[in-house]
Design a protein. Structure first.
Length: 279
């Protein structure tokens, strides 16, 4: 793929402090490309809940890494994305790279919005991120030694956020990715018990996996202060995407980058070495 040297205008990275966005920002910055973090802590701030913040965040922007928060499958997401995409294209954005989720029917409404936007588009439809265990809601359970989660014994091809960021940067900066839907998975199917065993091996600590029902999971979140409505939506989303529909591998990383995706074992070893899981 050739680098697109015409794209020197600013890239807005929504979710630019999060698991994938932070890595996209690092890569673009390392290449000396103009980049703006689009999040509530960005400068200027960008807030999905406050459309008055969008115009300043979009000023001078030619391309966007479009990450919705909390999830494209949540109520209101499709309307917000539609409004944002319309504003973005109206203000001169010519390239959109959307982070979407595998097996989420609701997310496909926003995928359609991006496809029909008139801008060049690339869709990254990702499986479960490895980094959920080290940078998100599964960190605390790992630290506590037991991952209680409503995933039964389903197998998931966990994908490394480093690979997602590499694909996003390729799509943002190179020619040849416009009009592509990349379904991004890791190279191997693992159950949540397998993932816990991998983390045990990497940390030298015993981390267990306890399958729970969606109701038990939601109740546990509420005990930890998560609002009941949000907890129910989250448990429902996990129930949907972890029902086996995504238990197969895809070649999205190879198609986009010409190399194989990173394996969970390497992710776990590298995450353990950062000290994120203690020790
Ligand atoms: N986790 C998975 O396994 C998985 C799998 C497939 C797809 N996805 C998709 O990935 C997306 C999340 O991406 P991520 O995991 O890279 O991010 P993340 O780690 O969840 O980080 C969230 C980001 O969003 C920002 N943010 C939070 N509330 C916001 C608001 N109201 N307005 C604007 N920005 C806000 C945060 O920054 P501030 O705090 O500074 O605002 C942060 O940069 C979701 O759309 C999800 O559907 C996730």
């Amino acid at each position: 793929m050739t680098e697109n040297t015409h794209e020197k205008s600013t890239t807005l990275v929504l979710g630019g402090t999060g698991k994938t966005g932070r890595r996209v920002v690092e890569r673009l910055t390392a290449r000396g490309l103009p980049v703006r973090v689009g999040s509530r802590s960005g400068e200027p701030p960008f807030d999905w809940e406050d459309q008055a913040t969008w115009a300043a965040a979009l000023r001078g922007v030619g391309s966007v890494y479009l990450v919705y928060y909390p999830d494209l499958a949540f109520p209101g997401a499709a309307d917000s994305v539609r409004s944002f995409v319309s504003r973005a294209v109206g203000s001169g954005v010519r390239r959109l790279v959307l982070l979407s989720g595998r097996g989420e029917e609701e997310a496909q409404v926003s995928e359609r919005t991006v496809r029909e936007s008139g801008a060049e588009w690339t869709i990254l439809r990702a499986s479960w991120f490895c980094q959920n265990f080290s940078e998100d809601y599964l960190l605390e359970p790992v630290m506590g030694g037991e991952i209680a989660f409503p995933a039964g014994d389903v197998a998931e091809p966990f994908v490394d956020a480093e690979d997602i960021a590499d694909v996003a940067v390729a799509a943002l900066t190179e020619d040849g990715h416009a009009g592509e839907l990349y379904e991004l998975t890791g190279p191997r199917l693992l159950t949540f018990a397998d993932a816990a065993a991998e983390i045990s091996k990497a940390t030298g600590r015993e981390i267990g996996y306890l399958p729970v029902s969606p109701g038990e999971y939601a109740a546990g979140l509420v005990e930890h202060g998560v609002p009941a409505g949000y907890a129910t939506q989250l448990a429902g989303l996990f129930t949907d995407v972890l029902d086996g529909r995504n238990a197969h591998l895809t070649d999205g990383v190879r198609r986009a980058l010409g190399r194989e995706p990173g394996d969970f074992t390497d992710y776990a070893r590298e995450a353990a070495a950062t000290g994120v899981w203690g020790g």
